[in-house]
Design a protein around this ligand. Structure first.
Ligand code: C6P
Length: 405
């Protein structure tokens, strides 16, 4: 049986709406994915019937909310195949997750220690490390990309050394869609005793991630890119590493005992979950995981790859169109420009046609600087998109070119 895209599309209420009197074509999935009714219903159900603070009350409602929230943690553990449920920390999203680790490394790093960062990182996997380096005297080294946007693994051999403490790299580039060979990177890092943090924001709803098999040290993602709500995400870390990492925020929930003379901290995962969390968000994240599982990550990946190949081939027919990161190993992201046209102008005209794409630097300025461009037009596809929508995009881009050149 083929991929039941029409049935799937019916799960997403927003796909029924019009924009500028045209049916919405949503190709900005890398920025945030749309939400199926199952996730929206989970949020409404929680606020309608279960709303209470968690881990605190003896009353039934609090217990029910706690169970629902903790069940979501179990769902995440199984989805990513983490060894222990305590290794799954609820955060506000990828940015928050990376900052938790980078903040902790402020008390681990020594002057002269080195962190290797990929050249095609989102700003949220650059800036926290720069801040940590500024405070500790550690040094940030850049693992360069080639013209296809792929990391130069050869260069990693030269960068890795006794001073390397950590490699921080994305699983998939948000600006280009290129999939990084993280298995190889993790192996190389471990061979010299360095750790690896993988920013999985653009991977986790497109590629099946097995954390134990990867043997990765830290992995981060955001629910909102996985059909879940905004403002919630995950930090995975190996138990022993998270236990050794100092807490990020102090407050309720993250403590064992508090005296004015000193405080002891709670165990995992609570040590990193100070304050009342995004309870509905966590429950919604769990519902999103269930939804993705009901379709199947492998099926999603195969269907999206089909869309990617189709979109790439069709867009290439347009004269003067250049795709950045046109490689085999990538998710369904097409980042492009047309010679002589600013990406913003293309995006604005596409919007008038009901087509949502992102234009600009995509919070990855070093990638744009590398190519010497102000930005790109980025069409990022999801499993609820169709080839018919791609046809409309291609026609739309051609129309925009005709108008602008
Ligand atoms: N990228 C995009 O349009 P947050 O905002 O914390 O959920 O995720 C940050 C982030 C980190 N890493 C990668 C690889 C990302 O793609 C993102 C978010 C969006 O590309 C919004 S800037």
């Amino acid at each position: 049986m083929g991929f039941a895209v029409e049935k799937i599309r019916a799960d997403f209420p927003i796909l029924q709406r019009q924009v500028h009197n045209k049916p919405l074509i949503y190709f900005d999935n890398a920025a945030t994915s749309q939400k199926p009714k199952a996730v929206i219903d989970a949020l409404v159900h929680y606020y309608s019937f279960q709303n209470a603070n968690i881990h605190r009350g003896v009353h039934a409602l609090s217990q029910e909310a706690t169970d629902a929230y903790e069940q979501a943690r179990d769902q995440l553990q199984h989805f990513f195949n983490a060894r222990h449920r305590q290794e799954i920390i609820f955060t506000a999203g990828t940015t928050h997750s990376i900052n938790i680790v980078a903040h902790g490394y402020r008390s681990i790093l020594k002057p002269g220690d080195e962190i290797i960062v990929g050249q095609a990182e989102h700003h949220s996997n650059i800036v926290p490390w720069q801040m940590a380096c500024d405070l500790t005297g550690a040094v940030l080294k850049v693992l360069p990309i080639d013209n296809n946007g792929q990391l130069k693994l050869q260069a990693l051999n030269e960068l890795l050394g006794v001073k390397t403490k950590l490699i921080v790299v994305n699983h998939v580039s948000n600006a280009l869609g290129t999939i990084n060979p993280i298995e190889e990177i993790i192996e190389k890092a471990h061979s010299i005793g360095a750790k690896v943090l993988v920013d999985g924001a653009q991977a986790s709803s497109h590629i099946k991630v097995d954390l134990q098999k990867l043997n990765v040290d830290y992995y981060t993602t955001s629910a909102h890119k996985m059909c879940g709500p905004t403002g919630v995400g995950m930090l995975y870390g190996k138990k022993a590493l998270l236990e050794a990492l100092p807490p990020y925020q102090g407050g309720g929930e993250m403590i064992k005992e508090v005296y004015f003379e000193g405080t002891t901290y709670a165990g995992l995962p609570h040590k990193f979950e100070a304050g009342t969390p995004n309870i509905a968000g966590g429950i919604g994240f769990g519902a999103a995981i269930l939804y993705l599982n009901s379709i199947g990550l492998e099926e999603i990946a195969a269907y999206e790859h089909d869309l990617l190949v189709y979109a790439t081939d069709e867009l290439k027919q347009i004269q003067g169109l250049k795709i950045y990161g046109d490689v085999v190993e990538k998710t369904a992201v097409v980042s492009f420009n047309i010679e002589g046209i600013h990406p913003y102008d293309v995006g604005t005209l596409l919007d008038q046609m009901g087509i949502a794409v992102r234009t600009g630097q995509h919070c990855a300025q070093p990638v744009m600087d590398f190519y010497g461009i102000p930005g790109t037009v980025r069409a990022s596809l999801a499993f609820y998109n169709t080839k018919e929508e791609i046809d409309i995009l291609v026609k739309g881009v051609q129309r925009a070119v005709n108008m602008l050149l």
